[in-house]
Design a protein around this ligand. Structure first.
Ligand SMILES: Nc1ncnc2c1ncn2[C@@H]1O[C@H](COP(=O)(O)OP(=O)(O)O)[C@@H](O)[C@H]1O
Ligand SMILES: [Mg+2]
Length: 231
């Protein structure tokens, strides 16, 4: 394969939802296309209901396009079997959502280690070292044994970001990761994401309503009438 193969290619993707009760389908994505090279950081902006979350779900293989294709590492996500899809999701993609989704009865450290539990390396002390190191790096070094409920919103979201990157994903998908945070915490998350991109070479695709967060990333794409347009 050529070195110029994009990490992610969305090719003329169409998606509509069929509401229950026989109402006409809602067309969400119409020929949406986007190419992301490894190492890029991309903000996706656009009004509420314009299909941003739908797009991330398709990229993450959580849903299927009606038409068109999503290629990750040149491989069509919708053509992967269930096992291969699960493996790709686990090995290549990290997810961060608006809500942190941390397990309330597990410590910060345990939460961060959840993605490696199913893995042989879970007994590996190297991965725990990495978790501790990352938590220190995001300023949670003294909170690792706390339950999420004892943390601030910004701290919880930092833990969620660490959990998302514990397996060293090539692509981090974030859906309004600062949507529930105050401005200072949002700026911190923005800096953390920018660092992950700049220092750790994680490719970022970040849905956000925040112009400030979008401005911390390398490229802005707008969802407009079901298509992706360079902003
Ligand atoms: N699972 C679903 N079933 C039916 N309609 C959906 C579903 N998911 C999203 N939609 C509809 O698709 C449109 C786009 O939603 P979404 O992708 O969540 O937008 P955004 O993330 O940009 O706010 C909205 O009109 C929403 O109601
Ligand atoms: Mg959304």
């Amino acid at each position: 394969m050529s070195a110029a193969m994009p990490l992610l290619e969305i090719r003329r993707v169409t998606k509509s939802y069929r509401p229950p009760g026989g109402s006409p389908p809602i067309s969400v994505l119409r020929d949406a296309s986007l190419t992301v090279q490894a190492g890029e950081s991309v903000a996706i902006i656009g009004p509420s209901g314009s299909g941003k979350s739908t797009l991330l779900n398709l990229i993450g293989g959580l849903d299927q396009p009606d038409d068109g294709s999503v290629l990750l590492d040149g491989v069509s996500v919708s053509q992967l079997g269930e096992a291969a899809l699960a493996q790709m999701r686990r090995d290549r993609i990290g997810f961060v959502f608006q809500s942190h989704h941390l397990l309330p009865h597990c410590s910060v450290l345990e939460n961060v280690l959840v993605p490696v539990l199913a893995d042989h390396s879970s007994t590996d002390s190297a991965v725990e070292q990495r978790a501790r190191h990352l938590l220190e790096r995001v300023g949670l070094g003294d909170r690792i044994h706390q339950l999420p409920g004892r943390l601030s919103g910004g701290e919880r979201q930092r833990a969620a970001v660490v959990r998302a990157i514990i397996r060293r994903p090539a692509l981090l998908l974030a859906d309004e990761p600062t949507g529930a945070l105050d401005r200072a915490s949002a700026l911190e998350i923005g800096r953390l994401l920018a660092d992950l991109n700049g220092i750790d070479s994680v490719t970022l695709l970040v849905v956000t309503h925040s112009r400030e967060l979008a401005g911390q990333l390398g490229r802005i794409v707008e969802m407009r009438d079901g298509q992706l347009v360079e902003a």
